[in-house]
Structure formats: structure tokens, C-alpha cells
Design a protein around this ligand. Sequence first.
Ligand code: PEP
Length: 253
Amino acid sequence: MRRKIVAGNWKMNTTPEQGVQLVKDVLKNLGHACTSVDYIVCPPYTHLSEVVKVTRGTAVQVGAQNCAEETKGAYTGEVSAEMIASLGVRYVILGHSERRQYYGETSATLNKRMTQVYANDMVPIYCVGETLDERESGKLWDVVKAQIEEVIFELSDEQYHRLVIAYEPVWAIGTGKVATADQAQEMHAFIRKTLAAKFKDAAAKTPILYGGSVKPDNAAEIFAKEDVDGGLIGGASLKAEDFLGIGKGFDAV
Ligand code: PEP
């Protein structure tokens, strides 16, 4: 049985005070939500410390949205994986399409970040996904395969066991356009097959999340698919009710 995960990527939203209130609202209402789901919230760096404190001992875990590729030193503005881990953060999102698109992240820079995350005993949530052009020109399979092979295939077997993948078609992120449940399943199955080519049976245990305009009213249908193990949620994670409503998508499965 793979773990079911609903992870919220808050992006560059909320002040620390608003973020703490948001997570308190999530915790307050969690009693009514499906307990078989692991909830993760990924606030901006500035809130990590407080959000870890508020969530300690609860069913909600905390992730960062990125980390530096270097260990320490003269890298103005960067935040190292060691700094993040020292706060009690468990997950780090890596390779989000916004990071690839706006900050020039490549497989080479992501390999370095992966190394940092594992060296500090955290779990990467590694994002892959194609643009609309790539989908329409039929290149989607090659694009996603390369994103996996160039980064995930560099991991050791031991590292591979601590990994979450998120399939996020770029055309569905923040656009309100959601992949159909069948489109998501088709790509998730392809990702799992690609992973199995190197990691064999372990691929069956890797959680693969879907991300892209997931809302409480479309989550159940997508989550019902065999290879979809949860969601990486942007916009809808900023409202406690919607975030938890998405987790309830598993109740309906
Ligand atoms: C995301 O940015 O990871 C995401 C899935 O965003 P949204 O849910 O807003 O499409």
C-alpha cells in the first residue's frame, strides 16, 4: 500500500502570521478529515520555524519549497538544506516548473539540490511535467522521461526509497485547466514504468502525486486512479477548508 499524500505548496503567499493562522485552521479541522492521508504544508522559508512548532506532534508535516545547491558559504540570499533540516522540516520540493521556468533550474542544478536534501535526511518532492507545446507536439513522454532519468536515475537505491514524485503538467498549474483523470493516470503509469526500468520493484512503492488546479470538487475523480497517490496543491492549499476538502477526495475513493 502506498501512502496517500496531500501536500500544499503555498508559493510566495501569506505573511508568517497569516501562515501560522492557516496551519492552525488546518489542524483545527483535521479531525473531520480522512486520517489515512499524510498532509504536508510547504510555506515560504520565513515561516518554516513557526509552522514546524505549531505542527509538532500533529498529523501535518512541513516541507520547504526549495533549497540551495551548495552546502554553505558565500551564496548571498540562499538557504541551505542543513539550515532547513535543523528546523525540523521533513520535505523539500525540488524542480517545480516555476523554478525551472523563472530561475533556470536544470537537471544539473537539481542533482546538486537532491544531494543536499538527502545529506540532511529530508525527502525530496521532485516535480516533473510538460508544457502545453510539448503535450501538443507529442513530446510529453520524452520530456518527462528525461526529467526522471537525468535526476532520479542518479540516486542510489537507498536514496530512492525516500522520494516523492509530483507530476505537474505546466499547462494545468494555476490555470484552472486540470488534466483529466485519464490523462493523469496515463502519465503516472508511464512515470512508474520509467522508474521501474532502474529501480525495479521499488517503483511500485513510490508515491506519485498529481498537481495542477486540483480543487475539492475534482480531487476524488483524479485520486481514484490506480497510480495517483495524492496531490501537490497550489492555490487551493491557501484555504484550510479547500486543502482538507481535497484530502477528503480519498474518502470518496
Ligand atoms: C503547484 O504550483 O504546485 C500547483 C499545483 O498549483 P495549482 O494547484 O494552483 O495549480
